[in-house]
Design a protein around this ligand. Structure first.
Ligand code: XIL
Length: 360
């Protein structure tokens, strides 16, 4: 065991002690019963995204920011409407281990506790992502062997912590550049594409039952990036690496939703993996008008229809709940109004459209 590995191990051992204590208190405070509870009876009576989706055997999910769960209206919508939860940021390596060996699980545990107490599936997002690594990893000068050991260790620790709690993991996020080449960064530069199989195998070793996904954007239409991801899934399957699903992020512009979407979902599914829409939003050039909101509603309907057209499309998740707390305005200046609920938490035309798509 080299020096780096020993340091990493030492950090993890200390954190491991804290983990056990925290896991015990989580277990004590959470409702007992299955993590993936059966659809709740109350939900079946009132109309909600989750009850509509359940009729078709799908889930309807949302990305959650645990800092907002203190707001009663946010909490209420999150519990009432959604049968799956993804932590928007809380499970990313950057937040979980901001300094080497210094783990902070508080926010991730809060999301897990919320999902569990509401009988919601929990999607783990994400284990490896070149773009938002902790700086000590991104700037670390690792040998390939040391980085491989670090990945195996980190993935093993995080997946084991949420074993039986996280239903599916985005094991690798955004492995490709928009031209279909590999996204460059410390992981790829040290290990080449092998880092993906290394992470998948480490995740499988830590939880034999969690579904293991690769999550990507701009692959929802035909083109070089789609081909690259498709070929990756083929080669992972061929080599026996554990890959269970492909997540299509689906950050779309209302009015420009790719008509290829059902075909793309079907092509991945035909490779023998589950597919799901992981980060749906449909941004609008601000200010939104009744026309643009109507266009957006049709696009939401189309995305739900696309998922329903493929048996292995297991559900749809939006990247947030209301327009008041969406990543869009800060990442795409001039755009917003991308979600199903407006700034005040009221359902938009797209909400009714999504529900009616499930109910027809
Ligand atoms: C975004 C979050 O929404 C922001 O709060 C954060 O600042 C950056 O990351 N693709 C992904 C998500 O896989 O993790 C990103 O989430 C949005 C794009």
């Amino acid at each position: 065991m080299n020096k780096l590995r020993r340091i990493v191990r030492a950090g993890r051992t200390i954190a491991g002690g804290a983990n056990i204590l925290c896991a015990a208190c989580c277990i004590a405070t959470l409702a007992s019963g299955p993590v993936l509870a059966a659809p709740q009876k109350a939900a079946a009576k009132s109309v909600s995204l989750k009850s509509a989706a359940a009729v078709k055997g799908r889930y309807f999910g949302a990305a959650i920011d645990p800092a907002l769960l203190a707001e009663p209206s946010y909490r209420k919508l999150a519990a009432r409407e959604f049968s799956a939860i993804t932590p928007e940021n809380a499970m990313k390596w950057q937040f979980v281990e901001p300094a080497e060996g210094a783990f902070n699980w508080r926010a991730a545990d809060e999301v897990a506790a919320f999902a569990r107490s509401n009988g919601q599936k929990l999607r783990g997002h994400n284990l490896l992502w070149e773009d938002h690594l902790p700086s000590w990893v991104a700037n670390g000068r690792f040998t390939p062997a040391a980085l491989k050991a670090l990945i195996e260790d980190y993935v093993g620790v995080e997946v084991a912590r949420y074993k039986g709690v996280v239903y599916a993991w985005d094991v690798v996020n955004e492995p490709f550049a928009d031209d279909g080449g590999w996204r460059r960064g410390v992981l790829y530069d040290a290990l080449g594409p092998d880092y993906i199989a290394i992470a998948l195998r480490a995740a499988r070793a830590a939880d034999a039952h969690a579904k293991l996904y690769i999550n990507e954007y701009n692959v929802e239409r035909h083109g070089a990036k789609f081909e690259a991801l498709y070929n990756l899934v083929v080669s992972l399957k061929h080599s026996g690496a554990p890959i269970d699903g492909v997540g299509l992020q689906s950050h779309f512009v209302a009015g420009q939703t790719p008509s290829d979407l059902p075909a793309i979902l079907a092509k991945f599914a035909a490779l023998g993996v589950d597919v799901t829409i992981t980060e749906l939003d449909l941004r609008i050039a601000l200010p939104a008008s009744s026309q643009s909101l109507a266009r957006q509603a049709e696009d939401y309907r189309f995305v739900v229809d696309s998922c329903l057209s493929v048996a292995r499309c297991v559900g749809v998740t939006t990247w947030g709940i209301s327009d008041a707390h969406s990543w869009i305005p800060s990442f795409f200046p001039g755009y917003g109004a991308a979600l199903l609920f407006d700034d005040g938490g009221n359902p938009k035309p797209a909400y009714a459209a999504a529900i009616s798509a499930f109910r027809k």
